[in-house]
Design a protein around this ligand. Structure first.
Ligand code: CP3
Length: 350
């Protein structure tokens, strides 16, 4: 047994800070409604959460984009909101509306949540999906597990739904920072438990999605986005030193560099607004970066998509680099454009 063997999979190599022979590529939300084969399985499953909790079906939709496009990584099909669901806050996904939860806005609401130790049993089907994938994926494909970052998950738990300004969570965080911190601390613990169970089931790399990090002002960003990510990274590294982690502090702007250095992430996922030139000089010097084509360029396709993808490759392609989008694929994306973009990345040579 050797714990120090260099990784062989392309995506793991990039996350280890190595240059790769060809740029590894996968897309956030690569499984989803833009694929007709997904819509078919989704209709059979009933609700979105039923699909997340049916291991055979969740395995199938995870594999669909791998079969069709030959991505270098498969991301577990699940959702960031399975964590509040497992803590006993009822979550529903309403057609055309997105997630709806019974809002928790104070410490009394927190007290009603179940213990973190209950997560493993409640989310057993999710971990079964991971272990099935670990057996069924092609050997060159990396299996990515994930969780929402505490702040982003909290915005849904406190707001009861998505919102443009994350106003409800901010109201609690600013009115009663110590009380809100208890929710964040609970989510740090729950996230560690959830990610650990995924690694034990076979996840080879992890990503933390902080979709709403960019709405926090600097001092709150430090407290509710950076520090929790640092605590999660530190504990996961202690438990599983060989499993790399990517952070996605969407919209963090200039704070992205501090986030990358101080959290100890192995990779930083860049949102659409980050300049590749700035990322090369200020971020890639610290480790692997991932990103960041606008998902709407993937909808449009054509010369503009090719030109902007090539600009990203030419700027960041010396590595360590993983090609991805700046946010998730949207449902109106033509699958042919995805195939064309994956080919462009795979054929690109520095
Ligand atoms: O392919 C993959 O990327 C893996 C699966 C995945 C989903 N959601 C499936 C999904 C992942 C990694 C997520 C993460 C997620 N979920 C985030 C963070 C990343 C991001 O996109 O910003 C957030 C904020 C959520 C919460 C969430 N889930 C919302 C707000 C919605 C509704 C909006 C929408 O797109 O419908 C979802 C639903 C959801 N999660 C779908 C999928 C495929 C669509 C549901 C359906 O099929 O009806």
């Amino acid at each position: 047994m050797s714990g120090t063997k260099a990784p062989e999979k392309k995506l793991l190599k990039a996350l280890a800070g190595e240059r790769t022979d060809g740029i590894p590529v996968w897309f956030m939300r690569q499984a989803g409604r833009y694929l007709p084969e997904y819509r078919k399985v989704r209709a059979e499953a009933g609700s979105f959460l039923d699909l997340c909790y049916s291991p055979a079906l969740a395995e199938e939709v995870t594999l669909q984009p791998i079969r069709r496009f030959g991505f270098d990584a498969a991301i577990l099909f699940s959702d960031i909101l399975v964590v509040p669901d497992a803590l006993g806050q009822k979550v529903a996904f309403k057609e055309g509306e997105g997630p709806v939860l019974e809002a928790i806005t104070n410490e009394a609401g927190l007290a009603a949540l179940g213990p973190v130790s209950g997560i493993r049993q409640k989310l057993a089907p999710v971990y079964e999906t991971v272990s099935r994938l670990s057996a069924s994926l092609p050997r060159e494909v990396t299996l990515i597990g994930f969780a929402g970052a505490p702040w982003t998950v909290a915005t849904y738990m406190v707001g009861g739904r998505g919102s443009a300004d994350q106003g409800a969570a901010k109201a609690w965080a600013y009115r009663d920072p110590a009380g809100f911190q208890k929710l964040i601390d609970l989510l740090v613990e729950a996230t560690i438990e959830h990610l650990s169970a995924q690694v034990e089931a076979g996840a080879e790399a992890l990503q933390i999605f902080d979709t709403w990090a960019g709405s926090l002002p600097p001092l709150s960003f430090e407290r509710f986005a950076l520090k929790p990510a640092q605590a999660i990274r530190r504990e996961m590294k202690a438990r599983f030193p060989h499993v790399p982690m990517l952070g996605f502090p969407r919209g963090a702007g200039g704070s992205a560099a501090r986030y990358f250095c101080e959290t100890g992430m192995d990779g930083l996922s860049l949102d659409t607004g980050v300049s590749p030139l700035w990322a090369r000089d200020e971020l890639q010097v610290h480790g692997c970066v991932q990103g960041n084509l606008d998902p709407l360029l993937l909808v449009a396709g054509g010369d503009e998509m090719r030109a902007q993808a090539t600009h990203i490759l030419e700027t960041l392609g010396a590595g360590p680099f993983i090609f991805n989008l700046g946010h998730g694929i949207v449902p109106q994306t033509p699958p042919d454009h995805v195939g064309e973009l994956v080919s462009l990345v795979k054929d690109w040579r520095a």
